[in-house]
Design a protein around this ligand. Structure first.
Ligand SMILES: *Cc1c(COP(=O)(O)O)cnc(C)c1O
Length: 381
């Protein structure tokens, strides 16, 4: 009998997949672990999606998400050819890895794809996916899936970006890497970056730079203009976090039409589901509703940051809909369990740069207050 394991490519057999945030369906659980928006989509979005649920579900959706791309183009001041929509921005990040990075050829392969042993030794710039650490933990997984080399480079201890001069001096960063991912604002730290520093970095890069702006609506500024100014810069956005649409899976990239056309060539024909397209179009018709939510969330973020600081936590400044906090008395991992026992779910990452911290999504005011209550009880037990 054939061992089915032997039928799987070694690369896939040995792959460490992405680790999802838990999605338990426990009643009364306060879910602050995956950066979902506490507020529902706009009533107009719910109405539009509901109105589309009829016999038309038998039809294929628009293959290029044309109406949505046209609306997005108008919003961002570009052409629909500058935009590709995906099944969440995660799909598009994967497509970019496949379109812009060569896999390391068999024989020269760094055999075991592994977060820790991320060797770029022997890898060429054309085979390299580069990113800062900590940042979105999907990037190394995408490189591994593709068989590309990884070049993880540490941010500064306060999670700020090293300047180009520092990167040159340290000689780890590759200015000729085929693809560089920058999470801005950073996740999981929440640190925001200013457009001039991102621009300096982009100007120094020879390969493609993807500015992953998943959380940018909660920040003071965005870098969209860089995607419209430089042919090698792409901005990634998503409807998931700021626009309360995780369930629908809609994200998009904005960039030079030549790069965008390359991505269109390799995507699935109908990669964005029809109800998702309708929900996203309706979202763009009610931006006012969402802007009010951003205000509420950033206000709760500032309140929660102050309260946890008063209780002795170290709170890192955030431009996102979550905060990274360093708790006291118990380890961060212990805190995660102690909070969970009180029905509050937060995220803990085992990555060395953030293993002493918890990442807490900014929920509704009552959820943030419940977290503060649980922290207080834990400290005074
Ligand atoms: C959530 C997230 C994404 C992906 O969002 P989608 O739901 O796939 O659109 C991309 N980048 C970062 C940094 C994220 O946190």
């Amino acid at each position: 009998m054939t061992n089915p394991k032997r039928l799987i490519r070694p690369l896939v057999r040995e792959l460490h997949p992405y680790v999802y945030g838990e999605q338990p369906k426990i009643k009364g659980l306060i879910k602050l672990n995956t950066n979902e928006n506490p507020y529902p989509p706009s009533p107009k979005v719910l109405a539009a999606v509901k109105a589309a649920v009829d016999g038309r579900l038998r039809l294929y959706p628009n293959p290029t998400a044309q109406p949505l791309r046209e609306k997005l183009a108008k919003w961002h001041g570009c052409h629909a050819d500058n935009i590709i929509v995906g099944n969440g921005s995660d799909e598009l990040l994967a497509l970019a890895t496949r379109a812009f990075v060569e896999p390391v050829p068999e024989g020269r392969v760094i055999r075991v794809p592994n977060h820790k042993k991320s060797g770029t030794r022997g890898a060429r710039p054309s085979e390299t996916v580069q990113y800062f650490t900590p940042s979105y933990s999907l990037y190394p997984v995408l490189a591994d899936i593709h068989g590309a080399a990884k070049n993880p480079v540490p941010l500064k201890p306060d999670f700020s970006l090293p300047g180009v001069v520092e990167l040159k001096r340290d000689e780890i960063w590759k200015f000729d890497a085929a693809l560089t991912y920058v999470t801005t604002p950073n996740a999981p730290s929440g640190r925001g970056y200013q457009t001039p520093e991102l621009e300096k970095l982009c100007r120094a890069q020879k390969g493609v730079v993807i500015l992953d702006e998943a959380y940018v609506d909660f920040a003071e500024e965005n870098a969209m203009k860089l995607a419209l100014k430089y042919p090698h810069v792409i901005v990634a956005r998503t409807f998931s976090k700021a626009y309360s649409l995780c369930f629908q899976r809609v994200g998009y990239l904005v960039g030079h039409c030549c790069l965008v056309a390359a991505l269109h060539k390799i995507r699935d024909s109908y990669n964005v589901n029809g109800l998702g397209q309708i929900g996203a179009v309706a979202t763009l018709g009610d931006l006012k509703y969402y802007r009010a939510n951003f205000k509420k969330i950033t206000a709760t973020r500032e309140w929660l940051s102050r309260e946890l600081t008063k209780l002795g936590f170290r709170v890192f400044p955030s431009q996102a809909n979550f905060i990274l906090v360093q708790p006291l008395r118990f380890t961060a991992h212990e805190w995660q369990h102690k909070l969970r026992a009180q029905q509050v779910l937060v995220r803990w990452f085992s990555f060395p740069e953030v293993k002493d911290c918890l990442r807490v999504t900014i929920g509704a005011p009552a959820e943030a207050a419940a977290l503060v209550g649980a922290v207080r009880r834990t400290l005074h037990d």
